[in-house]
Ligand binder design. Structure first.
Ligand code: ATP
Length: 199
């Protein structure tokens, strides 16, 4: 499994449709200051569901959409697609190639797609659990990340190892199960209350 391609349109400094092809192995992104290297990483983090605008070096949601330049009008929406090779079936889906796409509008709406089928952020998160690629995965190691992991408290550091060992999925399912159980208990209490009221 590896990242095959990143497709950008209207994202930050990439107004035109831009495809970045990654080969197997290590890819280096080089360029002058301010040329958009970090924006490429922001795009990967964003398409994987990053919700924190601060992590994407912005102040408000629409800061990820191209704001316009001298000879180019601002865009009303942006779109990023990440194409992942899944020939080894590491991602639990019946396709040898997985495309995760996110589109956002200035109005604040945001849409997610898995292989061009509309889905929820939750679906993207669940699909990528334990692959190391997810928003909280370790596939993006930026400046200061190693220090952050080493300096983290035990629980946060453990999350990185959980993801690498394939435990995150079970922890996530346990939390979801506990949430459902809590909701069901609350619903039962509500039903009992209504019963008492009727009796
Ligand atoms: P450095 O090497 O200095 O870290 P970099 O190559 O990583 O730079 P980025 O930080 O990725 O550069 O890109 C910064 C550029 O992106 C700036 O010129 C900034 O104006 C532009 N930019 C950021 N957001 C937008 C946006 N919404 N619309 C248009 N341009 C944007």
């Amino acid at each position: 499994m590896y990242l095959k391609r990143l497709e950008l349109k209207g994202f930050k400094s990439f107004p035109n449709k831009t495809d970045i092809i990654f080969e197997k192995g290590i890819t280096s992104i080089v360029g002058p200051n301010g040329s958009g290297k970090s924006n490429v990483l922001d795009a990967i983090r964003w398409v994987l569901g990053e919700q924190s605008i601060k992590s994407l070096r912005g102040d408000k949601l629409e800061d990820v959409i191209f704001i316009g330049a001298d000879n180019k009008k601002p865009m009303n929406y942006c779109e990023v697609a990440l194409i992942i090779d899944n020939s080894e079936n590491i991602i639990n889906i019946d396709y040898s190639e997985v495309s995760i796409k996110r589109r956002a509008y200035r109005s604040g709406e945001s849409e997610f797609y898995i292989n061009n089928k509309a889905c929820r952020l939750k679906d993207v998160k669940e699909l990528l659990l334990d692959t190391g690629i997810g928003r909280e995965g370790y596939s993006i190691i930026e400046q200061g990340k190693i220090d952050e992991i080493l300096g983290n408290n035990v629980n946060n550091r453990r999350k990185v190892f959980d993801e690498a060992c394939g435990i995150s999925k079970y922890r996530y399912k346990k939390q979801e199960g506990e949430k459902n159980l809590k909701n069901t208990k609350e619903n039962l209490e509500r039903i009992n209350d209504i019963f008492y009221e009727i009796e």
